[in-house]
Ligand binder design. Sequence first.
Ligand SMILES: C[S@@+](CC[C@H](N)C(=O)[O-])C[C@H]1O[C@@H](n2cnc3c(N)ncnc32)[C@H](O)[C@@H]1O
Length: 308
Amino acid sequence: MTDELATIVAGLSAPQKIISPKYFYDETGSQLFDEITALPEYYLTDTELDIMKQHIDEMADLIGIEASLIEFGAGSSMKTRLLLEHLHSPAVYVPVDISEEHLLASQQRTKKDFPDIEVLLVVADFTHEFDLPDPATTPRRNIVYFPGSTIGNFEHDEAIDLLRVMYHEAGSDGALLIGVDLQKDPAVIDAAYNDSAGVTARFNLNMLDHLNREFGADFDVDAFRHRAAYRPDEGRVVLELVSAREQVVSIGGRQIPFARDETIITEYSHKYTLEGFAAMAEVAGFRVDRAWVDPAQWFSVQYCVRDR
Ligand SMILES: C[S@@+](CC[C@H](N)C(=O)[O-])C[C@H]1O[C@@H](n2cnc3c(N)ncnc32)[C@H](O)[C@@H]1O
């Protein structure tokens, strides 16, 4: 059994079954995520884009000339386009993603639309340090870009570990530009993860198809349903797959029993306060230099500099 499969099996063997959200992202999952970002209930994308549009000149000035823009979890690089349009002579754009096919396809578009910017792809799991490619122009500094509040998918200690990887990849004099979703009316958050078109449900269930295909599992996808709820006391949304009946699933030569209504946690989406995020960033070595928010204070984009 590979280490990766062993980790998945261990997660499914725990008293509370859990699988990393990175397994959402095969080609289908990446496409479904793009659909989610366009849903009327999914306030995160529009709010983040509005903040970016409003403050893009200030962001570009803070980043400065000939920077390297390293995007963690680039996906389709939708929000990045605005930055690429406004940055002052960027040295290179480095989109990093685990979803290889989707990254290759979407970055063809970036290269076509920004022919003057060097685009160097990195297929990697960003939770571990990775080597940066060598661009033709030596960058003056590295800017790690992490939009979409993907940081919220990590539990507190894991989020700090990930911020530490970013601190490392930013290098001395580097900075981090990050989208961070904020705590708000639970009804707004619940609606965002339970859209009326059922796209988030398909996205969640697609993880089982992915595990069947890539890891030889035999999940009956129709025997699970999507559930997502914001838990204000924990400050996070918990996405789960609920077993509709008692069943046994086979993966990696193991038999995994499910009771009826037993769940697999597939994702957390933490919602922060400005103070809470600043405290976490500080542990990883970053100081929040600017935090831009929308008028309703639903979302923030934060510029963090290395503090030591
Ligand atoms: C929530 S989406 C955000 C996409 C885009 N940045 C945005 O803001 O719309 C998360 C992205 O991160 C990628 N991803 C998730 N976990 C990853 C990991 N451990 N390593 C590398 N990429 C990962 C996914 O493939 C996906 O493209």
